[in-house]
Design a protein around this ligand. Structure first.
Ligand code: G3I
Length: 486
């Protein structure tokens, strides 16, 4: 079944067609493919809001010990709607002694994110670096089992709270081999990566599972190696949903000319792509131009679902001397910030509000590129029941279900007067429970549940849309979702 959404804010749409598009966005629960219209320019005033206009997120790496810095937190809460723990969810932090887990810092970040309507990218379950000393000294079956236990325990602890996990980080070698990097993990056997992905899927079926690496941003021997692995995983049903491109750039390693083409070839394998650790050393207009190139490349690809910068202010960066970020040391917006925001506001393809199924069925590897061309804006109005809301807004739910659980993505579309606060109500079937929500505050977790806007998505222009989502156990909602002004 197709779910057609109207999100072309600012487009001149004939009144009858507009009414029809609004009507189909109301109370329709759809499963499967989503056809989304490209967004047109509308001024998001923050990075997160501007990215959300096209269904994407804009995130940052966060160092939890900086959450007491008011300037840092002010920018974080204002600008970003996705966070990645810079170090706090890594193996050395979460399992300092074997089988003794410490989630204190990671949990602080998750709490901060949930309180502020942000989602969380988990980073990273298995990596040759930042291993605790006890693991560094292990090998063979003992290390393999310890790694799988780590993946299982950590992904289970954060089950339902993580949008996407970097399951395996930086496992390919630099240079021209295109092969795996030598490491204690690699020496446990070439199948260690797929074993980690299977363990992560079993522990948290709702999280997208990503492979993440650097120097894979253009087409080269290393990215060819990752490409072959993803192709093989998809063909054999190994659960992989996304590939992260770290995108650490400087004058020696600038944004590659084939950056977009490289992202697209991975999407064509049937995975999402995400820009996961973006930073670009430099200053002024050349840095600003490079940032806008990266943003434009992602926005040109409908399954490039979000961008994360690796820190907030230049002084927060792991490469502080290269001033690679969007805010200066005082928290002022740089030219790179403005070019990034402008590129986001220029729009692009819209991300389909679907999540990958947690099954291991391999999709065909010959799927054509899903959207480099926006679908036509004249989709014929299907016949559906009229909106059940009061005319202020409508809500449509896309559901991705599996035995025992579901992820719902809800699109809120404003009526002709626009919105400055909204609430969506729906009813879950008996036995279903909401375990996690993003970009909305939840009241109730079973039966009648309501979802209210958070600060960055309260304002929705006339005819425009915003999205939130939630994950649950049991069966997802099948009835009408209603939307009202809050
Ligand atoms: O917390 C200790 C502190 O107690 C101690 O006094 C100090 C002395 O060196 O070290 C502090 O830990 C440092 C930690 O960052 C927190 O600041 C580590 O030494 C340092 O090695 C660690 O660096 C991190 C690096 O990963 C380690 O590989 C960076 O913050 C982090 O930004 C960086 O992130 C990686 C991604 O995970 C993967 N991709 C590459 C990226 C950049 O290297």
């Amino acid at each position: 079944m197709n779910h057609v959404s109207a999100r072309g804010r600012g487009r001149r749409t004939p009144a009858r067609l507009r009414a029809a598009l609004v009507s189909i966005a109301s109370g329709v629960v759809a499963v499967g493919t989503t056809v989304a219209l490209a967004s047109s320019a509308s001024a998001g005033t923050t990075l997160g809001a501007a990215a959300a206009e096209t269904g994407r997120y804009f995130g940052t790496a966060v160092a939890v010990n900086k959450l007491s810095d008011s300037v840092y937190v002010g920018i974080l809460n204002r600008e970003f709607n996705m966070v990645t723990a810079e170090n706090e969810m890594k193996w050395d932090a979460t399992e300092p002694n074997q089988n003794q887990f410490n989630y204190t810092s990671g949990d602080r970040l998750v709490s901060h994110a949930q309180a502020n309507g942000m989602r969380v990218r988990g980073h990273a379950l298995a990596w040759h670096q930042q291993q605790p000393g006890w693991a560094q000294n292990m090998s063979g079956t003992a290390l393999r089992n310890a790694m799988l236990n780590h993946v299982t325990q950590v992904a289970t602890h954060y089950r339902g709270k993580i949008y996407a996990w970097d399951v395996v980080n930086e496992a390919f070698a630099d240079g021209g081999s295109g092969g795996r990097r030598d490491s204690n993990l690699q020496r446990t056997g070439n199948d260690w990566i797929e074993a980690a992905f299977r363990a992560a899927r079993a522990a948290d079926p709702g999280a997208k599972l990503c492979y993440n690496d650097y120097n894979t941003d253009g087409q080269n021997a290393k990215s060819n190696g990752v490409y072959a692995m993803v192709q093989d995983f998809k063909a054999r049903g190994v659960p992989i949903d996304c590939v992260g491109f770290q995108s650490h750039f400087n004058s020696q390693s600038p944004v590659p000319s084939d950056y977009q083409a490289n992202l697209q070839r991975f999407v064509n394998l049937g995975v999402e792509v995400q820009i996961t650790e973006l930073d670009i050393e430099g200053s002024g207009s050349s840095q600003a131009d490079s940032y806008s190139r990266v943003v434009r490349a992602c926005l040109a690809i409908s399954r490039c679902t979000g961008i994360t910068v690796w820190g907030i202010r230049d002084t927060d960066s792991w490469r502080a001397s290269g001033t690679p970020l969007l805010f200066d040391g005082n928290g002022n917006k740089k030219a790179a910030y403005t070019s990034t925001l402008n590129a986001l506001n220029a729009g692009g393809t819209t991300v389909p509000p679907t999540t990958p199924p947690p099954t291991t069925t391999p999709p065909p590897t010959t799927t054509p590129p899903p959207t480099t061309t926006p679908p036509p804006t004249t989709t014929p109005p299907p016949t559906t029941t009229p909106p059940a809301g009061d005319g202020d807004c409508t809500a449509s739910v896309s559901l991705n279900s599996w035995p025992g659980g579901f992820v719902a993505t809800v699109r809120v579309t404003a009526g002709p007067a626009g919105l400055n606060g909204w609430v969506v109500n729906l009813t879950l079937p008996s036995g279903a429970t909401v375990t996690n929500a993003w970009s909305a505050q939840t009241t109730g977790s079973s039966g009648d549940v309501s979802f209210r806007n958070v600060s960055y998505n309260s304002t929705v222009g006339a005819g425009a849309s915003t999205e939130f989502g939630f994950q649950g156990t049991g069966n997802g909602p099948t009835g009408t979702a209603t939307c009202a002004r809050a």
